[in-house]
Design a protein around this ligand. Structure first.
Ligand SMILES: [Zn+2]
Length: 159
């Protein structure tokens, strides 16, 4: 995904992907923007500059530290969703996925997802990370996690 955009107030073009390589260790913007639904329906799922920045923050503040503590791969089922993709998958318009603030993650089985979930809760309680919302979706079928810079609520939900 070759993304070029003009950062406001600056005169040079930056490559979103090369920016990510500098800061992100275990995840790429490409995997955070990948979507089978978008591909199948030919929906553009390219984040704008602001969403790009939020995705990077989500990775550096949450996904990378969690992955490092977990010690083995974590799969992102759904990260960024353009407004068109979000409505195609039935997401609510206010979804944090549209802003680039959320990711749905899994490590395979519901039992392992519960272990990961509990680990994330423990990391927050010991102040190693802060999140906006951590949601156990459908009895640990997957985990939704979000980060909102300056406004994290550390809210834990089971849906
Ligand atoms: Zn989600």
């Amino acid at each position: 995904m070759a993304l070029h955009f003009l950062l406001s107030g600056q005169s040079a073009f930056f490559d979103c992907e090369s920016l990510s390589e500098i800061h992100m260790k275990y995840f790429t913007l490409e995997e955070l923007c990948r979507s089978e639904t978008a591909a199948a329906r030919n929906i553009d799922n390219t984040p704008d500059a602001a969403a790009c920045q939020r995705l990077q923050t989500l990775v550096t503040q949450l996904l990378d530290p969690i992955r490092a503590a977990w010690g083995s791969p974590i799969t992102v089922n759904s990260g960024y969703r353009s407004p068109a993709l979000n409505s195609a998958v039935g997401g609510v318009p206010t979804s944090q996925h549209v802003k680039g603030e959320a990711a749905d993650i899994t490590v395979g089985s519901t039992a392992d997802n519960k272990r990961l979930f509990d680990r994330i809760v423990e990391m927050q309680k010991t102040r190693r990370i802060a999140f906006d919302q951590l949601i156990d979706e459908s009895h640990y079928r997957w985990i939704h996690i979000s980060y909102r810079a300056g406004a994290n609520r550390n809210q834990v939900l089971h849906l």
